[in-house]
Design a binder for this molecule. Structure first.
Ligand code: TMP
Length: 198
């Protein structure tokens, strides 16, 4: 059977990880070989990013780290796909464009530059599913209280991220799924997108 490369995108708390897990289990029970993966990865540069050891770096430096991690990850993804696996990837290049171009404490990175550095090191997914949700709902889901949101201005940041994602979805043909719907409806919609490409 042919492999496929499926990407899930969305703001923090949009439910990507849960949907990825459910999809992996559904496809696995049909006998398909499924590999679930995520960015930042959990090895090398990805693990370094996740550890927070880079400290207070600019959005541009952070973008370079995410893309460096993506470069090696993409090679592995392409190998898995060529071996016939359905690769479910939690975040890919759109995360860098959506997050690192949003302004965090006044610092945001040029969108065209982000698109250009990514284009050199990425492969085109067979489908990208954007789990779209209002960040105030997604933050409530992950248990962030109102006073914490205003303290870190996280809500304002994630609203920009959501806007950036929706723009990318139009430009790159992502499938937008309403992630505020009930979990079964979200799962059914996601599966119908995936069935079209596998
Ligand atoms: P996660 O919560 O999905 O594991 O992602 C970790 C955080 O990293 C999340 O807040 C989004 C952020 N991120 C970026 O800012 N740029 C990127 O390119 C990627 C892959 C993640």
């Amino acid at each position: 059977m042919e492999g496929a490369f499926i990407v899930f995108e969305g703001v923090d708390g949009s439910g990507k990880s849960t949907v990825c897990r459910k999809v992996a289990s559904a496809l696995g029970s049909e006998g398909r070989k499924v590999i679930s993966t995520a960015e930042p990865t959990h090895e090398g540069i990805g693990a370094f990013i996740r550890s927070g050891s880079a400290g207070g770096i600019s959005q541009a430096t952070e973008a370079l780290l995410f893309v460096a991690d993506r470069n090696d990850h993409t090679e592995r993804i392409m190998d898995w796909v060529s071996e016939g696996a359905i690769v479910l990837c939690d975040r890919y290049f759109a995360s860098t464009v959506a997050y690192q171009s949003a302004k965090l404490d006044g610092d945001g990175t040029d969108r065209d530059w982000l698109l250009s550095i990514n284009s050199r090191f990425t492969s085109r997914p067979d489908a990208t599913i954007l789990l779209d949700i209002d960040p105030s709902d997604s933050l409530r889901r992950v248990g962030v209280r109102g006073e914490e949101v205003s303290k870190f201005e996280k809500l304002d940041f994630l609203e920009q991220v959501r806007f950036n994602y929706l723009r990318l979805a139009e430009e790159y043909g992502f499938t937008v799924v309403d992630a505020s719907a009930d979990p079964d409806t979200v799962f059914d919609k996601v599966m119908s997108v995936i069935r079209k490409v596998i």
